[in-house]
Design a protein around this ligand. Structure first.
Ligand code: CO
Length: 470
């Protein structure tokens, strides 16, 4: 085993992305972020995660904001701090596989508009699905971080994680993140995992977890002692629950030790003071449900991410079948096994969850299958760590062809086609990417944007007229 070096721990601040995505459905608007950027920029964070994930969709769909504009404004404010985003590899920020030209162009524009570090993951941990993003990021001079979706299961041994870490190093990534989206990584397992990874690779290791199951800050403590380089935390008003451990608490924990961050608690307190009234507002208007702030021990029992549980409940509610909750919970691990034991993270969590609901509601497994289930079992999402259950595969896709190559190898370039479909709306190069990811939502946004601009033009015309009274 390599010797563990004790050194100051670094923190990635998530309040501008994952924390509000996890607690308030990604609804934090840009105008709320900007006034505090100046102070946040003085903390000395390793990076601020502020873009990607669900923020892109939520900006266009719900906040009627241009996500690219948000990124540029944040870049203007953060003069000393690296900006970080989350990218779903070949899915970019959408829900299907995109051709390589779209992936490369998205990465290029993300970096051109201000992103420094791109955290890239794939729901199956199929590294082939990350290759175009990593290559594009390297080409643009960005920091490519590969995030491994952490999960439990027979296939996920220390050897599995060590082997994949080596392969990530060979791919030319700059760092590795263990992405524990469900809060499944318990403290002593974290110690073992981080030590194993450290012995397998020289790349910096970052740990990302959620407080869902109540163990997250203990997990960080053990991971830091085991030599992890960076941890993800959120400022206290949007920490804990389904979000990350609180930044201030972690900073205080390591104060006076070899792991001391050196961050100024008074400055952190001012930042927390800024966000606290917004937290109160979210509690008052129902955006922040106190339910997500508690400990959800079911995530440890069923190894299911919190977001997946709430999705499942709403699907069952729609069908007036809430009494089937426990049955579906038991069906999830079975479906997951049939599907080759994938991690449960977007979009595999939805695929497994929806199929489990369907199996229970139909009273017979795979009597009906979703389109996504069919795609998964045809190999269109990539390779799973274990083979699919051949009987289930046969029942769902019959004799249809199964793909074994990198799925995007079969996708012809699509940028030109996308450009021609949306050219009447184009006001900036990046618009084609918004359209590529969420075609209908983007068009609705472009229409809204145009209407707003016409309104402004009219007011300006009015003002002009007012200046020259008749
Ligand atoms: Co997360």
């Amino acid at each position: 085993m390599a010797e563990i070096v004790q050194k100051p721990i670094k923190i990635t601040e998530t309040i501008l992305r994952d924390a509000h995505q996890s607690l308030i459905a990604t609804r934090m608007p840009t105008e709320l972020m900007l006034p505090i950027v100046d102070k946040m920029d003085k903390v000395g964070y390793h990076s601020v995660e502020c873009w990607g994930g669900a923020t892109f969709d939520a900006s266009l769909r719900f906040l009627k904001e241009d996500p690219w504009d948000r990124l540029r404004k944040l870049k203007d404010g953060f003069k000393n701090t690296k900006l970080q985003m989350l990218l779903r590899g070949q899915n970019v920020l959408g829900y299907r596989h995109y051709a390589d030209d779209v992936v490369a162009y998205f990465v290029q524009k993300s970096i051109a508009n201000g992103i420094d570090i791109i955290r890239i993951f794939d729901c199956l941990n199929d590294l082939r699905n990350l290759k175009s993003s990593v290559d594009a990021c390297n080409k643009e001079g960005g920091h490519a971080q590969i995030a491994l979706s952490y999960t439990l299961g027979d296939a996920y041994t220390d050897e599995y994680w060590m082997d994949i870490a080596k392969r990530i190093e060979d791919m030319g990534a700059h760092s590795i993140c263990i992405k524990d989206m469900a809060g499944l990584l318990v403290p002593y397992k974290a110690d073992k995992l981080i030590r194993a990874l450290k012995s397998a690779t020289d790349l910096p290791i970052q740990l990302h977890t959620h407080y869902t199951s109540g163990v997250a800050s203990m997990t960080y403590l053990k991971a830091v002692e085991a030599g992890v380089d960076v941890i993800d935390c959120a400022m206290s008003p949007f920490s804990m629950g389904t979000s990350q451990p609180a930044t201030e608490v972690m900073v205080e924990t390591f104060k006076g030790t070899p792991y001391d961050t050196g961050y100024d608690q008074n400055l952190l307190a001012e930042i927390a003071d800024y966000f606290r009234p917004y937290r109160e507002e979210c509690l008052a208007n129902g955006l922040l449900n106190p339910k997500v702030m508690g400990v959800n021990i079911k995530t440890l029992l069923y190894q299911v991410p919190g977001g997946m549980l709430s999705n499942m409940v709403s699907q069952l509610k729609e069908q007036n079948a809430e009494d089937k909750y426990e049955e579906v919970l038991k069906e999830i691990p079975r479906v997951r096994k049939d599907f080759g034991e994938p991690p449960l993270v977007t979009p595999s969590s939805q695929i497994v969850g929806t199929q489990a609901v369907m199996n229970v509601l139909m009273g017979e497994p795979y009597k009906m299958a979703t389109g996504q289930t069919k795609d998964l079992l045809s190999g269109k999402y990539g390779a799973t760590v274990k083979p699919f259950n051949p009987e289930v595969q046969k029942k769902v896709i019959g004799d249809a062809e199964v793909i074994t190559c990198r799925p995007a190898d079969l996708l012809p370039n699509e940028l030109d086609k996308l450009e021609s479909e949306m050219k009447e709306w184009k006001q900036q190069d990046e618009d084609v990417l918004s359209y590529a990811l969420f075609p209908q939502v983007a068009i609705d946004f472009f229409k809204y944007r145009q209407a707003q601009q016409e309104k402004v033009d009219m007011t300006q015309a009015d003002t002009k007229n007012a200046a020259y009274p008749v």
